[in-house]
Every structure is written in structure tokens, then in C-alpha cells.
Design a protein around this ligand. Sequence first.
Ligand SMILES: Cc1cc2nc3c(=O)[nH]c(=O)nc-3n(C[C@H](O)[C@H](O)[C@H](O)COP(=O)(O)O)c2cc1C
Ligand code: SF4
Length: 565
Amino acid sequence: MADAANDELIARWKDEEAPLLSLLHAFHDRDGFLSEDALRDISEQTRIPLAELYGTVTFYHHFARTAPGQSAPRVCTGPVCCLQGGTELLESLKGEGASAMACSGRCDQTVPVLKGHETWVGKNADSLERLPSPLPAPNPGGIEECVFANIRNSGRNTLDGYRATNGYEALTKAVQQMHPAEVIQLITDSKLAGRGGAGFPTGLKWKAVAEESRGPKTIVCNADEGEPGCFKDRAVMDYDPHAIIEGMAIAAYATGAPRGFIYLRYEYPETFELLDRAIAEAEKAGLIGDNILGSDFSFRLHLRRGGGAYICGEEGSLLNSLEGKRPYPRNRPPFPVTHGFEDLPTVVNNVETLATIAPILRKGAAWYQGLGEGDHAGTKLVSLSGDIQKPGNYEVPIGLPLQTLLHEWAGGPREGRTVQAVTMAGLSGGFLAGEDLNVTLDEPCIRSKGSFLGAAGIIVFDDTRDMVEMAHNAMDFFAHESCGKCFPCRIGTQRLTERLSGEAGPTNFEQWEAEAKDIGSAMKAASACGLGMAAPHVTESLLRHFPDAVVRDLNDRRHDAPGTA
Ligand SMILES: Cc1cc2nc3c(=O)[nH]c(=O)nc-3n(C[C@H](O)[C@H](O)[C@H](O)COP(=O)(O)O)c2cc1C
Ligand code: SF4
């Protein structure tokens, strides 16, 4: 027999688009956890079989099933926070029922602790405080910016603040003066490529969706930002949410999509409130919703919050999550442009990509291209963290030398220390070190070193860090986040983690190297998504740049082995 209060909550969401996540959050917020009764009632009324619903709910890290549930502290022990006291903070909060969480996207503000819908920050239990998300530092050298150009203006995250510097002029121009095909041509001419990691040309993606005859089409903003060391999208959402809404509305106009979703990661609760307010403001002003700016173009925008799982940033997994399914990545092809949300044509774009659209429409394709260095088009937001004096988000011209960013813009490493290595693409690009630190920040250059720029999270490690331990932390993250759909990734990430911790595997260097390479190549060849293909970059780059550290580590293990003292 269903409970009346449960019925009421379910009725609130049941007939909305993509209802399941919102329904689960409604119960999670009300009770602090998802009770047996709640799941039974949801299953009954949504007709999702109970076993399937359990599988979906338990996939996510943050949906609690018992009290104290979401009010208990969750402490970030990601690769930057664990260098800055995250593990010790977790221990000291164990009495309050604290548990560890994977990187929560505040590597510029360590150590974050989530309690309910609040983020607290501090290095020990007594110093925890609620701090606003840091604004990107002013750009050194006065280099022209695109996405961050107005982000530091006071009140920019309100509709009035956004409108004060050309906000929604691009949407007005598109709807009132341009044919959808002209908008797509302009974005294509700008050479804008996706900023979420894969770098697919945005104009081509939009064109593919525009040319599809099936509908309704959908625009999805990927705001999952789960890659450790990446926190640029959070800055845009917190300080310039209307730039994303305007970009999505233009994408909808260009492709003929009447609906859209922002899929936001669980770990940004304050950002959820800001986005929710911005969407309401835009709706009230007739900038989204029905008959936008008096035209016959309509676009309804919905905000959905994930449940905590890195893999939900992968577009197929994200779409399954939105649809209320267990969020495994989808097999490709077909791609979302033809078979996306509800198997219909869908644009999935990253936050930064969408925030770049309005400035391009206002200032032109040639202007955007010209922002890059040399032949490179445009700019890239880079999140810099770890052993660096000025961690934070920077907007760089594509092609800027990495050393300029590290030393001239971000103040270099701590006094008396040197930069030993950096990660690329968060953790997914593995490490760069030695001569390879002389790269420029563009895909061709970084790929020539066996890595990739991706979403441009860069974690810096100075010469005090044990690189085998850093590699172990990275692989442990991938093992934790592997969705388990395909065994080369599920088992490979575990086997590599054990080899990096010394828990298992050979202690002879040649055998260790051969095994790590063998496991890595099987993962690259047979994994179904980018997680399993990227994780081996960690061991490959460790072996390339730090073979002596691996040898030292293996020697220590031999000496520590029982019977060898
Ligand atoms: C494991 C994995 C995690 C990903 N996480 C994100 C993410 O958090 N945000 C994002 O925009 N793209 C992420 N991507 C890339 C998306 O699949 C997709 O390419 C992107 O959202 C497309 O937008 P864009 O063309 O604007 O870059 C991830 C990919 C993989 C394989
Ligand atoms: S590669 Fe890993 S994360 Fe991707 S689908 Fe396979 S098991 Fe899941």
C-alpha cells in the first residue's frame, strides 16, 4: 500500500521529462536516504522493475540507502586533496560518520567536504568554513579572453548583470536576423571544437543534428565535470550561468531542438541553486520557453542533478542516466547526433563549448580564430592545481607554452622546489615530465608526446612527490570509477592498481614493465569507452619518464618482503 506523502512526491515529478533523477533526489532530500518503501513506491508508479531500479540507484556513489545518509560528511580524497591533508581530515571526521569521495571538483580550494547540500572547505576539522567558489584570476599580460572576458563583472551571474555586457544579444541576433544554417556555418567557420575532452568540431555536430528529420531533438549540456583536476566548468556555471543558457538556446535554434537538459554533477549543490535561479530568470524574461523573443521558436530547458559517478560524464552514460537507466556507456555507433536522448537526434556539448557560442556570434568567426597563438584557433580554459603557487582557472590562447602558464602566469612551484611532472587532461592524459614540459597547449603538440590536452586539467607535482605513489592514486581512481561493463577495463584497472601499490605483481623491473604494457594494450584495444582507453596512459607515462622511480619502488618491496630483512 503506497504512502500518501510518497504519492505526492512522485506525482510532482512523474510526468516531467527525464523524471527519475529528480524523483530520487526528492526522496533523498526529504529523508536523507532512499528507503526501501520509497524505492518500492517509485518502482510501482514509474513501472521501472524494482530490481532494475536497485541496480540504477546503487550504481551512484552518493545515493545513501540508510541513515544518516546525505547529512554525513563526505571528504574529498582525490589526487590533489590527498596531497593536502584530505586523508587525515577524513580520519578526523570518522566520528561523524564521514566517508571518502572521489575528486569533487574543488582542487583550487582544498579540502572540500560535502554535508547535505553544503560544501565546506578546510584542511582540518576546526578550520572548515563555507567559502564561495574562487573567481578566475585576472589574465596576466592582458591577453584577450572569450569565455572569461566578462566573468569578473559584479553581478554577472544575474540576468541584469549578464545583460549589462551584451548578454542575450547573440540569441536575439540569431532568432531575428539569421537562418539556422547561417548560425551553424558561423560556428563551423570559427573552428570551435568541443571543450569536454574529445575535441569534435562543434559546427559539424550541430549540422548532423540539424539534418536529421526525426524529433523531438534535444540539446544536452554536459556539466558532469568529474575528471580529477578539472574545475573550469564550475567557474563558468557559478559566475556566468546565462552564457550557458544563451549558448544552449542558440544551439536549439540552429538544430531545431525544442528541449534541453543541463546534466550537473552531484558534487556541485550550490551551483545547482545558481543554475536553477538563472533558468527561472531567463524563462520569466521570455528568453527560453515558448515563442522566444516573440518568434515561433520554443525551447524548454530542464536542470537535472546526477548521483555521483565519474562515468556519467561520458555522453552515452550521461544519456542513459538522464533516461533513468543504469548509466553504462552506450556502444557507438550509432552516435548521439542520430540516436541520443530517447534514441532521437541529440547535441551533447560541454559547458565551456556552449559558453563560447554567444561571443562567436557577436564578434565573428575570424575574431575567435584569431585568439589562438599561431595557426591555432581560439582559447581554452585550463584548471591548474597541485604544487603551484597560484592554482585556479586560466583562459589561455591555444598554443601557449605550458612553461609560460606554469611560471609566468601561475607563479611557478613553491619556493625552492622544481616542477617534476604535470598531468594532462586531468588524469586521463597521464604525466608529462622532463623535456616534454616544453610543450605548447594544443592537441597536436601534446599528442606528439603520447598524451592529450582533453578538458585541460593540469595537476602539478614538485620534486618532493613520489611519482609511483601519484600513479597509484590515479589508477586507483580509474579502478574505482570503471563502470564494469567490459572486463578489460574492469579487471585491467584493478591489476594495474595492485601493481602500482605492490599488493601484487612481479618485483623484477623487466617483468613489471612487460606486464604493465601488456595489460595496458589489452585495455586500449578492447575497452568500450574512453575511461578504459585512457587509464593506461598513467603507467605508460610513468615508465617513460620515471623508470628509475619504478626500479627504486620495486627494490624497496623486495627488501620489505617477509624473510628478506
Ligand atoms: C570517461 C569519460 C568522462 C567524460 N567526462 C566528461 C565531462 O565530465 N564533461 C564533458 O563535457 N565531457 C566529458 N566527456 C566527453 C563526453 O563524452 C563528450 O565527448 C562531450 O561532452 C561532448 O561535448 P563537446 O563536444 O562540447 O566537448 C567524457 C568522456 C569520457 C570517456
Ligand atoms: S571502458 Fe571501463 S568505464 Fe568504459 S564501458 Fe568499459 S568498463 Fe565501463
